[in-house]
Write a new protein. Structure first.
Lengths: 425, 230
């Protein structure tokens, strides 16, 4: 139909120019995604994917179950698919392209179904198609009924080979899709958006593609980059790093959500690109004697990532000990779960003040909500002369009239002074 | 007892008040027999509000024996927005495995509550301690639900000296000091009312350490620090 005719019929129609390059891109992306169902995927332009499923049936619980799974997953990805399964790749391809959504169990049934196809399904050269038309051959069944030698003379061996491959009389090997080392997929949004939820909806598709790709490679990602390209062609990036490789779409989306809610978007976003620069092998999970242990380790890592995604990398840390006599340096922030080191058994308060607080004193007695009684001490700490942060202090355990107990020190410098350094909370 | 009454008591729908306080819920021993007797240990999956009358009365130390035991598990003990630095040497001396500790800094009350909820809900924490500032009733309900989901010990601290408010939190304890020991009042608990204040004699990290031989050394004892030792 001409565009002008279409406009005449439906004036409100919205037309788009078909973009073969983008179609090809989308097909390739879907091919990578399909690797989660079988290791052998091949792409047939312009719009078909061939999946060798003979080796996957047991894993997925049979043809029906696998078909449902593929259909659901494709729908989640935003694709509408016609699924045909047949004993030969060409048979499946022709049936699907002709719109037959079916499972063909064997070659006999396949021949029966193929015979009903129109010859257009074969996508022959125009001259061959025209001469078949002149012969009055409309269906594949009529074509197959013609004598083979006559067909070979008229149309060459290629047509015979094509028919033989479709029926399984000739082998039909297909080049498998080789997945790239890294993942990169983009998506142009139908209209520019600024809302996080809309962006996440689009990103969800890319994440599903990524997870299918990872599944096929038995791998996970430890780094993820979402590039948001806005109307002014400016790119805003949201980066996520994980401590344990993951390919769980829910987890990845949750991390993206936290990160995106924090990201300031300068303008409305037109397209997004998801990249996974590093892909890490997932260790196969062993049937361990203590199955919970591995899982809880993963849960622990997931929590840390979730907290960091929203609060920032530095907002979450662990604790470790450090051999330094100065109390403020006797510990360090550490990566969560790091080996802590050993602590000397000294009286130390559960809280340390980030910065010692100067105390008032009367007649040489320090005060904090009343006069402080010194219960224990002094513990003399002299250290740090070598790095310029000298500490010359006498530490005491002190208690005020309310019964609160503190860790205070007196500077052993000419100006002196009392300081609160810790709380026995 | 008459047969009719006996029959009635067999009915599952009949609830007997005298059994109420003996409801057994999962709990972790606090390490203090007096407290365990009244509270049945720290309740797993139930929110506990702690009101310190002042800072420094042992409000954190009273949790450490239970936390020390939990720190051997393959789960986090998470401090969300602590008012000061949780001091690693003290925690280690109290027996905590430091590699189980997670410290989370969050800027506002909303983020603190969010982080607490995530930590509680995740199932990856054996205990979560939070200092959220002000907590609304709605937040308490959310935290309570998250705690029950993740089966964690859940504590939040009010500001020191805060007045106890009426709220849906299942456990509320006030912590003070009495003659230098930590004193705990149970203001609210499941299956029981207010108790007389309990004295926890050896709550503070300090007391454990004071028992270490050689600690109460003469006043001129110095910590050697290389050649410059005094």
């Amino acid at each position: 139909m001409l565009l002008s005719a279409a406009h005449a019929l439906a004036p409100q129609i919205d037309t788009r120019v078909r973009d073969p390059a983008r179609e090809r891109e989308a097909l390739e992306a879907a091919g990578l995604w399909a690797l989660q169902f079988t290791s052998h995927v091949s792409i047939v332009s312009p719009g078909s994917l061939l999946l060798e499923i003979g080796g996957s049936l047991r894993l997925f619980g049979g043809t029906d179950a696998l078909r449902d799974k593929v259909r659901d997953a494709a729908a989640a990805l935003g694709h509408e698919v016609t699924l045909a399964a047949a004993p030969t790749p060409l048979g499946a391809q022709w049936l699907a392209c002709a719109g037959f959504d079916m499972l063909v169990p064997d070659r006999k049934a396949l021949r029966h179904h193929l015979e009903r196809l129109q010859v257009e399904s074969l996508e022959l050269r125009p001259d061959a198609a025209a001469s078949l038309d002149r012969l009055g051959v409309r269906t594949l069944g009529e074509l197959l009924a013609l004598p083979r030698d006559g067909l070979a003379r008229r149309f060459g061996q290629t047509l015979l080979d094509l028919l033989d491959r479709s029926l399984g009389r000739l082998p039909d090997p297909r080049p498998p899709l080789i997945p790239p080392e890294r993942f990169r997929a983009g998506l142009a949004l139908p209209s520019p958006v600024a809302e996080v939820e809309a962006l996440l909806f689009a990103a969800h598709r890319l994440v599903l593609q990524l997870c299918g790709f990872l599944c096929g490679r038995n791998a996970g990602v430890t780094r993820l980059r979402l590039a948001l390209i806005d109307e002014n062609h400016h790119t805003t990036e949201a980066n996520i790093s994980l401590s344990v490789p993951s390919r769980d779409p829910k987890h990845l989306i949750a991390l993206l959500r936290e990160r995106l809610t924090l990201t300031l978007l300068p303008a409305r976003i037109e397209s997004i690109v998801l990249e996974a620069p590093y892909v890490a092998q997932l260790a196969p999970r062993n049937f361990s004697f203590f199955p919970d242990r591995e899982q809880s380790r993963e849960e622990k890592a997931v929590l840390v990532e979730k907290l960091r995604a929203r609060l920032g990398e530095d907002a979450v840390h662990g604790l470790s000990l450090y051999p330094d006599a100065r109390p403020e340096l006797a510990w360090r922030e550490a990566e969560p779960g790091a080996k802590p080191g050993d602590a000397p058994p000294l009286p130390r308060p559960a809280w340390l003040l980030a910065r010692p607080r100067a105390l008032q004193w009367h007649d040489g007695q320090p005060c904090l909500d009343g006069p402080l009684a010194l219960l224990d001490g002094p513990e003399r700490i002299e250290s740090g002369w070598w790095d310029g942060n000298d500490a010359m202090r006498d530490y005491f355990v002190a208690r005020n009239p309310h019964g609160a107990t503190f860790w205070v020190y007196r500077e052993r410098t000419p100006q002196g002074g009392w300081f609160l350094h810790g709380i026995f909370a | 007892m008459s047969a009719a009454l006996e029959n009635l008591l067999q009915n599952a729908a009949v609830w007997r008040g005298d059994e109420h306080s003996r409801v057994s819920a999962p709990a972790v021993s606090s390490g203090f027999p007096a407290l365990d007797e009244k509270l049945g240990g720290w309740p797993v999956g139930a929110l506990v509000e702690l009101i310190p009358q002042h800072e420094g009365v042992g409000e954190l130390s009273m949790l450490l024996p239970a936390l020390a035991r939990l720190s051997r598990e393959e789960r986090w003990i998470t401090f969300v927005n602590p008012p000061h630095l949780p001091y690693a040497p003290a925690l280690a001396v109290a027996g905590l495995n430091l590699s189980a500790i997670l410290v989370v800094r969050a800027a506002g009350t909303a983020d603190v509550l969010w982080a607490m909820e995530q930590a509680l809900r995740s199932g990856a924490c054996s205990a979560v301690l939070g200092w959220p500032g002000f907590v609304t009733e709605q937040a308490i309900r959310r935290l309570q639900l998250a705690a029950a989901t993740g089966a964690a010990l859940a504590f939040y601290f009010t500001a020191p000296g805060a007045q106890p408010r009426n709220s849906p939190v299942p456990f509320r304890l006030r912590i003070g000091a009495h003659n230098g020991a930590t004193e705990v009042e149970i203001l609210k608990r499941r299956g029981g009312g207010v108790t007389a204040p309990l004295i926890l004699n050896d709550a503070r990290v300090l007391k454990d350490v004071l028992a270490v031989p050689g600690f109460s050394a003469p006043a001129d004892r110095a910590v050697p620090a290389g050649r410059h030792a005094a």
